[in-house]
Design a protein around this ligand. Sequence first.
Ligand SMILES: [Zn+2]
Length: 321
Amino acid sequence: MSGLSRRDLLRNSAAAATLAWGAAARASAPVAKTQGPGVYRLKLGTYQITALYDGLWPIPINDDFIRNASRAQVNKALETDFLAPNILPISFTALLVNTGKKLILIDTGTAGQITDSAGTLLANLAVAGVSPKQIDTVLISHFHPDHINGIKTKDGTKVFTNAEIQVPEGEWAFWMDDSNLRAASGTVHKYFLNTRRIFRDIAKDVRRFSPGGEVAPGIMSLPAYGHTPGHCAFMISSGSDNMLVLSDSVRDPSLFVRHPDWQPTFDMDGPTAVDTRRHLLDRAANDRLLVHGYHFPFPASGHIIKAGRDFELVSVQWTPL
Ligand SMILES: [Zn+2]
C-alpha cells in the first residue's frame, strides 16, 4: 500500500472531512426564493424548439373528477409517481418554434389570470431572447383559458402585436355561438365569457383554420376532438425530424398516459377524447415520435412507449445544444 499505513489514511481522511465541514460553514448563503428560468431548447431538423414554462397549478381532486375511475384509483396512480394524494399538479408549458425565418408560438399560457403560481411565459420568453412583438404567428389548440389568456393582458391589451392569430374553426364555431353560451352553466359558462373577452374585439384579425392542413411552415394541424369540440394537435416537421404536439389530448401523464381510457370531467366529450388519446399515443409509440404535452412536467417533451394496452412517457434528458 504505497508507503501509507491504514492509520495515516484514516488520519488524512479525518483531516479532509474537518476541512470540508469548515469550508461549508464559511460558504453559507441565503436560501433561494425562486426557481431558475423555465426555458428549454431542442433541435428538430433545422428548427429550434423552445419550451417556455408558465407555472404550476395544484388543484384538489374531488370524487367525480374522473367519470370512470374512483378517487382511490386516482390516488393510487398519483402515489405510483410519488405525487401527493387528492391533488393534481397541473403544469403549463407552451412552445416557441423558430424556423429560421419565422417565430411561431403554440398556445399562450395563463397570463397570471388563473392562479398566482402560473404566468411566467413572457418572463421566460424574455430569457429566451425574444420579445412578444417578434412573434409572427400564434397558433391556438383550443379555447380553454390556460391556452388563450396570454393573447391579452388582464386589462385587455394585445400582447403579440405583430402576430397573426390562428385558431381551429371548430373551436370558434362552438365557443363564439351565443346559443351555446346561453345553454352553458358553471365553469363552462365562464369559459364562454372568457372566449368573448379575448376574441370579440380582435375577431377580424383572427384566422380560422380547418384541421388537416399546414398552418405555418412545417406545422400541420391535426383534428384531436373530445377535450373540446374543435381541439387540435399539431405535427412540427423539419428535415426527417418530427414532433407531435399533443396539446390537451393527453393531459397529466401520471394519469392519462398510463390510463388513457380514464375520462376526466374536463374532457367535454369523454368517449371521443379517449379515441383521440389512444390514436395519438399509438401513433407516437409506433412511429417513435418526439411528443410535447402542454400539461406534461417541464420541459414537457419525451417519447411514448407501449406498456401492455396502455403507455409510458420517457421524458427527454436535459441536453446541451
Ligand atoms: Zn389545458
